[in-house]
Design a protein around this ligand. Structure first.
Ligand code: AMP
Ligand code: ZN
Length: 477
């Protein structure tokens, strides 16, 4: 275990509302759980934020020498999957299988390392039934007409994570009026619901049915990580009701402490509104990665601390894309410089650590260990890159080593040696990106900037035509 691991790491814990020193449950190990997708459609760039930020945090722990077990579940049974299956005239299994595959492909395209375990909810129904049974037996849950509800007033700490009190919980769950009529209190949440004919269902003490969403994460996290594990994560919209309900079930189901630290990322907004499927203002990861490097998307998120909101814009992403091209240029330049130096005169022993080497490591540690301030680390990364490229020969080797170390958790250095895309495609993508940027300016009535883009393209003999179906372009002959 490297010495650096021993340094104090402070994590902002949503539950205690303060930064707390990280002390792993098991020495030299980190066990993390992130709520995964409900697999019924494509992920958007808002969903990409927790994927990327917790990927970086997981990899940072690995870089420090911890053994990390990272679990991200797949919700493969849910009302939304059932309706999608009806819409596409297929089975829920088929929908879940297809969108799980798309999700995993998108993660890979974002440079997100696969989790250690990706359990599917349908594989844990027996265990969920066991937990629900225990909760009923202990008096925390009750059955009504084939439904089982958790009675929130029975758990005295309910509302601690979200800071809500029971009176505010009228609108806790998206439930129809029928179910509302069945519950003792509006805030009580569903643990088990009866299945309608034709829907996937399991045998249970309360008749055929299926578990509610909040139960699966408790069962999968504690089965795979133990009854007490280190970090539970997700976006802030999961704090209530999902994570609040997870805590209630875990704490009432057993006396185990459950997650030790709760981490939540802030939203990605589009024009001051949270990007969300329900709002219809989403930009799909699938489309974005066709035109932008994954490193640019990662940089876009890492430039801002994870607990601050981000306003997504193509302009900002375009800026990141240009920076990434520069990184690639400088980094491959450094590699060539080192090759040349090694060929000509330098032996390994003649490489020296730059005077700024230890200082930069200290700065990186300080920033990351204070609740993972990637924004500062990214700026240190620029510094090292430029210093190494332009600096003296004897510093190149260790400068590159530091960049490689840093990138083992940031993932913002393009590694491909040659451009894999054909030149024509690169040009087309560039034009399309410019058009998107122009659209954004036009929507914001920033005509000056929009016209500037039109002129820039015209200089390249690209003519834009605004049609009802969006902007088209052609080459001036
Ligand atoms: P969902 O598919 O809505 O359950 O979200 C999956 C993950 O993405 C959860 O951790 C959410 O908190 C997170 N998430 C959803 N929308 C956004 C957004 N606009 N910004 C940041 N995180 C989000
Ligand atoms: Zn969850």
């Amino acid at each position: 275990m490297p010495e650096r691991n021993k340094k104090t790491i402070l994590i902002y814990d949503t539950l205690r509302r303060e930064k707390r020193e990280f002390k792993p449950v098991h020495p030299n190990e980190v066990r993390m759980y992130t709520c995964g997708p409900t697999v019924y459609n494509y992920i958007h760039i808002g969903n990409a934020r927790p994927l990327i930020i917790f990927d970086v945090i997981r990899r940072y722990f690995e870089y420090l020498g911890y053994k990390v077990t990272y679990v991200q579940n797949i919700t493969d049974i849910d009302d939304k999957i059932i309706s999608q299956a009806i819409e596409e005239s297929t089975t829920t299994e088929e929908i879940a299988k297809r969108y799980t595959k798309y999700f995993q492909e998108d993660c890979e395209k974002l440079g997100v390392k696969p989790p250690t375990h990706a359990p599917k909810a349908t594989g844990y129904v027996e265990k969920m039934i066991d937990l629900i049974k225990t909760l009923v037996d202990k008096g925390y849950a009750y059955e009504v007409e084939g439904n089982v509800f958790f009675e929130v007033s029975e758990y005295h700490e309910y509302g601690r994570l979200s800071g809500k009190d029971l009176k505010q919980m009228e609108i806790g769950e998206r439930v129809d009026d029928v179910i509302r009529g069945l519950k003792k209190a509006p805030g009580d949440f569903t643990l088990w619901k009866p299945a309608k004919p034709g829907e996937p269902s399991w045998e249970s003490p309360w008749g055929r049915g299926r578990p509610g969403w909040h139960t699966e994460c408790v069962v999968m996290s504690t089965t795979l990580l133990g009854k007490e594990f280190d970090i539970h994560t997700g976006g802030i919209d999961l704090i209530f009701p999902h994570h609040e309900n997870e805590i209630a079930q875990a704490r009432c189901g057993s006396d185990a402490p459950f997650a030790k630290y709760w981490m939540h990322n802030e939203f990605v907004n589009l024009k001051d509104k949270k990007m969300a499927k329900s709002e219809g203002n989403v930009i799909l990861v699938r489309n974005l990665v066709k035109e932008y490097r994954k490193e640019a998307i990662r940089l876009l998120f890492l430039q801002t601390h994870y607990r601050k909101q981000i306003s997504f814009s193509y302009e900002a992403l375009e800026g990141c894309q240009s920076l990434i091209e520069k990184f690639k240029y400088y980094y491959s330049g450094i590699k060539k410089q080192i090759k040349l130096i090694q060929k000509n005169k330098f032996k390994k022993s003649e490489h020296k650590k730059p005077w700024w080497y230890n200082r930069k490591i200290r700065e990186i540690d300080k920033a990351m260990n204070k609740d993972f301030n990637t924004a500062i680390v990214v700026s240190i990364f620029f510094y090292i890159l430029y210093k190494t490229y332009f600096g003296p020969e004897e510093f190149k080797f260790y400068g590159k080593k530091l960049l490689d170390d840093l990138d083992s958790f940031l993932g913002i250095l393009p590694r491909d040696e040659k451009k894999t895309m054909p030149f024509e495609k690169i040009v087309k993508n560039k034009i399309n990106r410019k058009i998107k940027l122009r659209d954004e300016y036009r929507k914001n009535k920033d005509w000056e900037k929009a016209d500037k883009i039109r002129d820039e393209l015209l200089q390249m003999d690209i003519i834009l035509e605004d049609t009802k179906n969006g902007t088209k372009w052609r080459i001036k002959l």
